[in-house]
Design a protein around this ligand. Structure first.
Ligand SMILES: NC(=O)c1ccc[n+]([C@@H]2O[C@H](COP(=O)([O-])OP(=O)(O)OC[C@H]3O[C@@H](n4cnc5c(N)ncnc54)[C@H](O)[C@@H]3O)[C@@H](O)[C@H]2O)c1
Length: 370
């Protein structure tokens, strides 16, 4: 470590602010949480991330040199590194976002999902329990587990997921997240570890890796590539702008009831095909020069074989977090999507670097090897 880096590190350790460890802070949602905690709140933040294909420190350039931010590269499955992390930074809270997060990849290779999402969470829980058991003020500590509404499986044409909805995961991804939710709850019931759990609907916004629907559509459209829509595109998702999620997560970490779960959603139910058409329309309004032979981006829409086990509909009842914590999303789908598209149009360098990596937009997750 250079002298300058050592001084910055000492300043960080001695800042006297509350410390939060974020696992997976170089990912899409984790980086939004870190930007929020550093730029709009007064926390000392340690980002613990393995930097898999989905982790990107370029998503944190706005806070990278901030004295309250520190990055540690590491794997949540590594017992020694995780124990050292707690010991060194003495956090008031940990927000656990590190995960393998893409359903299609979980269909092609479930082992990594089981390892990171289930085993990794158990390693964190044990290290947190060991650290917490030595604290004088045990009530002040929080283990916040960040999870998904996909643990509840699929809804029919009506109804909403609420906090008591039964767990019925359909994919290896959602099954691994469901398992980790159960572990976290068990560590509360069995050992008294002060945990909170959140289950959120689909996020979108800046810095999302372009294997997920919205950035994939934006970047493929700009390149004049086909816009793949699974099946007939009739699956319904409940979309939430990522900065609204970051605010909600912080609120639950600070004020959520111990041992309880809280659903987070944006009341923005939309069919995938309508999401894709809206992205195309907003791009048409913004991009003067279309790719050759294309007059409207929607001409590029291309229906492809559906994902195996594809859940039909997700929709969240967010009344608990609305009523108990006073949280409401600030963005509508239209305003959030417009911001998102403007961000991708203005940040081509981030997009190019991500696309220079291992992922070039190929179809994943057909299970049949198609
Ligand atoms: N994206 C969504 O729509 C959504 C919705 C609800 C909940 N969630 C949950 O939120 C969390 C974050 O999702 P995201 O979309 O930001 O994911 P992401 O894939 O963008 O980021 C995951 C991050 O975790 C890191 N990571 C992976 N394995 C690791 C390991 N073994 N040790 C340390 N770091 C590791 C990666 O490097 C990456 O930075 C996940 O737990 C996910 O299940 C996501």
């Amino acid at each position: 470590m250079s002298v300058l880096a050592y001084c910055a590190y000492q300043e960080f350790l001695e800042s006297g602010l509350k410390t939060v460890i974020i696992t997976g802070g170089a990912g899409f949602i984790g980086s939004a949480v870190i930007r929020y905690l550093i730029e709009q709140r007064d926390y000392r933040v340690v980002n613990f991330d393995k930097l898999t294909y989905a982790g990107n420190l370029e998503s944190l350039v706005t806070v990278a040199d901030h004295p309250n931010y520190h990055f540690e590269r590491g794997d949540i499955c590594d017992h020694v590194a995780v124990r050292k992390l707690f010991n060194e930074y003495q956090p008031e809270a940990i927000m656990h976002l590190a995960a393998e997060s893409h359903v299609d990849r979980s269909i092609d290779g479930p082992a990594e999902f089981i390892n990171t999402n289930i085993v990794g969470t158990s390693v964190l829980l044990e290290a947190a329990r060991y650290y917490w058991s030595g604290l004088d003020d045990k009530d002040a500590f929080r283990f916040h587990h960040v999870s998904t509404d996909e643990v509840f499986g699929t809804l029919g044409a009506t109804g909403l997921f609420h906090e008591q909805s039964p767990y019925q995961p359909s994919s290896p991804y959602s099954a691994s997240k469901a398992s980790s939710d159960h572990l976290v709850r068990a560590w509360h019931e069995t050992y008294g570890l002060p945990v909170v759990i959140t289950n959120c609907s689909n996020n979108y916004g800046p810095y999302q890796f372009p294997e997920k629907l919205i950035p994939l559509i934006i970047l493929n459209a700009l390149d004049g590539k086909p816009l793949p829509v699974y099946g007939k595109g009739e699956q319904i998702r409940d979309w939430l702008y990522v900065d609204d999620h970051a605010r909600a997560l912080t609120l639950v970490m600070e004020e959520g009831s111990l041992g309880e779960t809280c659903n987070i959603g944006g009341h923005n139910e939309m069919m995938n095909i309508d999401v894709v058409k809206t992205v195309c329309r907003l791009l048409d309004e913004r991009v003067a020069e279309h790719p050759q032979g294309v007059s409207e981006f929607a001409e590029l829409i291309h229906f492809v074989a559906d994902r195996p086990g594809h859940d039909q509909r997700y929709a969240i009842d967010a009344s608990k977090i609305n009523n108990d914590l006073g949280w409401k999303p600030r963005e509508t789908f239209e305003t959030g999507l417009a911001k998102t598209i403007d961000w991708y149009l203005g940040n081509q360098q981030w997009c190019d670097h991500v696309r220079d990596g291992s992922y070039q937009g190929e179809r994943l997750g057909l299970a049949s090897g198609e």
